[in-house]
Ligand binder design. Structure first.
Ligand code: ADP
Ligand code: MG
Length: 627
């Protein structure tokens, strides 16, 4: 018998009591909450029996409306009804210029780095709007399950960067949710199908939602999902199917008039309803009647297929690109998982199946599959499966590095490293007497800092003065399970430390990440060249600086005029080479200067030894050198 049983404050002492945790799919169009009950992961409905909560928030006169109620009013109150807020998460004011032009919202022009949408209830940030969606889902979970929530696993797109992940976490905190972990959406879908415990290999996740298309190529290896490539189109989804079908109806009607905004809305609603029915029936009757517009007819599944085929083909092209980025072929793909409401359309399933040459997995409701996977993961993290070894790991999407001399980016954590992870690297001082070091944290695959994204800067100051190279500074990068980065620097002798949590005020768009990855491949050889050039330039600078310091100290004493001239000439040649862009000639010029200095260096050494013999210790001498 155990003598003492101690539990953490707030935690139950009964080890077998089920702890309530939920998985949340915070989608662009729809959001869901799911939980594991009696070993089964299920999404939770609202009082009317709806599982999907439209990701729409309206700031009404009477208060905040979320979901269906907000959708109904979107038409009459567009500027106070926020849709697709996910697209704004983690974006800086500067990132929004292009978005602002095409959206009905008024962005507030305050100084703050975080953009705000102007509503009748004041200025709101994307984080606050998302928090309203999360609050609604949390309330649904508490109402259905009637228990205290331990926490939630919230899913994010695989390409979400630090800022976008941080914004999602902030929204959860604002909603009063304890985030157990953020999980990549494709990883969640794979978990829902139990692929994490299956055969190791390549898995493709095809996610076609309302307004976005994402393709992710994952590799499962030793229980870890590695993101080999992500791709897609952030402006392609089921809404485009609706649009195409609506245009077809208009064409069929023979109407020559420019349709009013309200007719367009009605046509799209009818188109969407027809499209959704065609997932189950071969043909639907459509009737559109409003004002002076009337059309009645039918649409068959094969007619619809002809209409939307060009759109589906676009997604297939993106799949092909992503496979190429991941350096795999369709034959390597073990499973294809269908995610998103639009994969209910049979034509989509067929064309995707044809492309990958295998039946896609469709048995789990495609718009619930991400939430289901998140719920399974939440259940494990809440500690309901103490024997289960499964600790799902994600990976970081882009390498994290530090700026070194010459504007080079030194990678500390490589992209696709499973998280959580901590990596340390030691750095030394570049100059004698240096007592501070600037740490510049960057993200990206390129060799030069200018081609990477700057995430944060901080200084480590006040460490003791020593000769160049004698100080050791350990810089540690730590990425937690949610993909959030903390960087710390510590001078080992004095123990002086500084650190930052990287919470950048802006993020990368998915296409920017793609571009950065593509650029890094395209520029690999350029980058090698630039890196070598910068390295030689830095080395040249170091050599010249050391030489100048030495000459100042004992040049007159130890050198003849001729020797001095030779050295001066080689020094000028090196500076000229350094100004050029050929690494090899800088290297050669360094060599020449070094050999011109060989005798001088030897003499200096002897003189140092002599000095030491004259009752000075080497240490003392080195001490003098520190000025
Ligand atoms: P998101 O991931 O963007 O939040 P969803 O995965 O919820 O979006 O997908 C929403 C889309 O799915 C909408 O375009 C909707 O019309 C479409 N959809 C829902 N049900 C069906 C169906 N039965 N057949 C075809 N499309 C459907
Ligand atoms: Mg989705």
């Amino acid at each position: 018998m155990a003598l003492l049983q101690i539990s953490e404050p707030g935690q139950t002492t009964a080890p077998h009591q089920h702890r309530l945790a939920v998985g949340i799919d915070l989608g662009t169009t729809n959001s869901l909450v799911a939980t594991v009950r009696s070993g089964d992961a299920q999404t939770l409905p609202d009082e009317q029996g709806h599982h999907l909560l439209p990701s729409v928030v309206r700031y009404a006169e009477t208060g905040i409306e979320v979901g269906e109620a907000a959708v109904e009013h979107a038409v009459i109150d567009p500027s106070n009804t926020i849709v697709s807020v996910k697209r704004l998460m983690g974006r800086a004011a500067g990132d929004l210029k292009s978005l602002a032009e095409s959206s009905p919202y008024l962005f507030s022009t305050s100084e703050s780095a975080v953009p705000k949408i102007h509503t009748r209830s004041g200025d709101v940030s994307a984080v606050e709007v998302s928090a309203e969606i999360l609050k609604t889902l949390k309330a649904r979970a508490v109402a259905t399950l009637g228990d205290d929530l331990v926490g939630a696993v919230i899913t994010v797109p695989a390409y979400f960067d630090d800022a976008q992940r941080q914004a999602t976490k902030d929204a959860a905190r604002l909603a009063g949710l304890n985030v157990l972990r953020l999980l990549n959406e494709p990883t969640a879908a794979a978990v829902a199908y139990g692929l994490d415990t299956g055969q190791e290999g390549i898995i493709a996740i095809y996610d076609l939602g309302g307004g976005t298309f994402d393709i992710s190529i994952l590799r499962l290896k030793q229980g870890v999902f590695e993101v080999l490539a992500t791709g897609g189109d952030s402006a392609l989804g089921g809404d485009d199917f609706d649009h195409t079908i609506a245009e077809w109806i208009l064409e069929q009607s023979g109407s020559k008039k420019v349709p009013s905004a309200s007719l367009v809305r009605l046509l799209k609603r009818e188109a969407r309803s027809a499209k959704e029915q065609l997932a189950h029936v071969d043909e639907v009757n459509i009737k559109v009647e409003t004002g002076d517009f009337f059309w009645q007819g039918s649409l068959s599944r094969s007619q619809m297929r002809t209409l939307i085929e060009p759109l589906i083909k676009k997604t297939i092209m993106a799949c092909r690109r992503s496979l190429r980025d991941a350096d795999v072929t369709t034959e390597d793909v073990l499973e294809v998982v269908m995610v998103g409401g639009s994969t209910r359309t049979l034509a989509v399933r067929e064309m995707v199946g044809d492309f990958f040459q295998r039946e896609p997995l469709v048995s789990i409701d495609p718009d619930k599959v991400v939430a289901v996977g998140a719920a399974l993961q939440a259940d494990v993290l809440a500690g309901n499966k103490p024997d289960d070894e499964m600790l799902l790991l994600d990976v970081i999407p882009l390498s994290l590095g530090i700026e070194t001399m010459g504007g080079l980016a030194e990678k500390i954590i490589y992209r696709n490293t499973p998280i959580p992870v901590a990596k340390a690297q030691d750095f030394t001082t570049y100059k004698d007497g240096q007592t501070a070091m600037a740490v510049h944290v960057v993200q990206g695959e390129r060799e030069l800092v200018d081609d990477c994204r700057s995430l944060a800067r901080f200084d480590l100051r006040g460490f003791p003065s020593h000769v160049a190279g004698a100080v050791r500074i350990r810089v540690t990068y730590q990425v937690d399970a949610d993909g959030l980065l903390t960087v710390s620097a510590r001078e080992e002798n004095s123990g002086i430390e500084a650190s930052v949590d990287v919470k950048p005020s802006y993020g990368l768009t998915d296409s920017e990440i793609e571009t950065m990855l593509r650029d890094s491949m395209d520029h690999a050889s350029d980058d090698m060249h630039s890196r070598m050039l910068r390295e030689q330039q830095v080395e040249a600078e170091r050599v010249v600086e050391a030489l100048d310091a030495a000459l100042k100290k004992d040049g007159d004493e130890l050198l003849s005029d001729e020797e001095r001239n030779n050295i001066a000439q080689a020094r000028v040649q090196l500076l000229e080479a350094k100004a050029g862009d050929d690494a090899e000639s800088i290297k050669a010029a360094i060599k020449t200067l070094e050999s011109a200095c060989a005798d001088y260096v030897a003499r200096r050494m002897n003189s140092n030894i002599r000095n030491a013999m004259q009752g000075h210790s080497i240490n003392e001498y080195a001490g003098k050198d520190q000025e």
